[in-house]
Design a protein around this ligand. Sequence first.
Ligand SMILES: Cc1cc2nc3c(=O)[nH]c(=O)nc-3n(C[C@H](O)[C@H](O)[C@H](O)COP(=O)(O)OP(=O)(O)OC[C@H]3O[C@@H](n4cnc5c(N)ncnc54)[C@H](O)[C@@H]3O)c2cc1C
Length: 463
Amino acid sequence: MGEITTKVLVLGGGPGGYVAAIRAGQHHLDAVLVEETRLGGTCLNVGCIPSKALIHAAEAYDHARRQATSAPFGLSVERPSLDFRRMIGWKDGIVGRLNTGVAALLKKSRVKIVRGHGTMLDGKTCCVETDTGPETIRAEHVVLATGSVAARLPSLPFGGRVISSTEALSLAEVPATLAVVGAGYIGLELGIAYAKLGAKVTVIEAADRILPLYDAELTRPVSRRLQALGVETMANAKATGLSDGGDALLVETSGGRREVAADKILVAVGRRPRTDGWGLERLDLAMTGPFIGIDERCATSMRNVWAIGDVTGEPMLAHRAMAQGAMVADIVAGHRRAFHKVVIPAVCFTDPEIVTAGLAPDEARTAGYEVRTGVFPLQANGRAMTLQAEDGFVRVTARADNHLVLGIQAVGAGVSELSAAFGLALEMGARLEDIAGTIHAHPTLGEAFHEASLNGLGESLHI
Ligand SMILES: Cc1cc2nc3c(=O)[nH]c(=O)nc-3n(C[C@H](O)[C@H](O)[C@H](O)COP(=O)(O)OP(=O)(O)OC[C@H]3O[C@@H](n4cnc5c(N)ncnc54)[C@H](O)[C@@H]3O)c2cc1C
């Protein structure tokens, strides 16, 4: 049995864990990263990156098909065809390049990577089952970054035609019919991509509308697009299991029971923290519901045991995990740091995209603020017109008294790239006047952010 002693042990090589390890190495701390599958975790291998690759490729195909039937600017495309296996291969190529990149970054930071399943024996010791036998790692500091897994529905266990987002990203062919259970961001991103690739998609959602965690105004352009793509949306509906023949999904709606034909059934009802199978029970950690409890420094209830990323709670997003990972490494290196972020922007890569950063108007009012809001429709934005992407808007919410911006949201094609500007404005404490007084390049979607702020001040120029 091998033994390693190190300053920092990171359990899990997802965006949280690998960033923590890289930063620890940059601080010249001895760091060991334990990963049982591929570097990059959920995000790089079966999450953010492969899903966005598939979304892009599906959009390209759909775009070509649309050009074949109507050519508003005179481009003629004849019967585009799709080699889905090649598409998946292209997506895998991007994932592979990023895997290699992460390994190189870890090497550059002199991080030792131990491949295998790790089990915590106590707050300082981890036993890893490697290909060459067990390896024991003793560390002064432990960073738990075990991530999350797809939540299951007891009535629809994974297997056969019932799949999670992981399998949905590597299908052998486009299913003729696809039922998506759960109209959250993961279900809709993948459902829309498969609709564009030619599947007949039905979305089943228990709440009364799609994307129930987003405010209704933001979701309307997405609903319109779903309709245009021929996606059937069943709201207030509950998937209860498979039909006797196993080839259809049973759905209970207010109007009665229905069978939805489905070659594949994608269950996307959320994610749960990965808290089992790695010795959590041997540690004395305070939990916050199903998550490992942490304070503003990502410290757990055990001294020198830290936790980051999806295993610690919402929002389960890669950029939160990365920011926490870097911060914990800084703290271990002796810096005074705390996770006091004004905002963690979130993007929903549906068609059109949705960005949320900070408070929505209703949330701001509920929090006790008197607010003024500014809105600018993309219909009035020149760049959006040239991109044939006019359905959507940017909305800014600010305090009525001093105009401090409290939240910014947008819906529209390509608005994900505005998330940086939104995050920066909120993090730096911008007031409406700061955004209004900043020159935004023309013609860009960013001008809609500028105009929304002008609108909030009652100084609109282009509406
Ligand atoms: C389909 C999909 C799309 C997504 N899209 C986005 C997006 O667009 N933007 C975004 O911000 N987020 C997105 N996410 C969420 C994002 O993937 C997660 O928030 C992020 O990966 C969390 O990072 P993490 O480091 O906490 O955990 P993970 O990425 O889950 O990594 C944990 C790692 O730990 C390893 N591990 C766990 N236990 C052990 C053990 N005992 N021994 C060894 N190794 C272990 C796992 O193998 C895994 O590699 C998406 C998720 C999915 C499923």
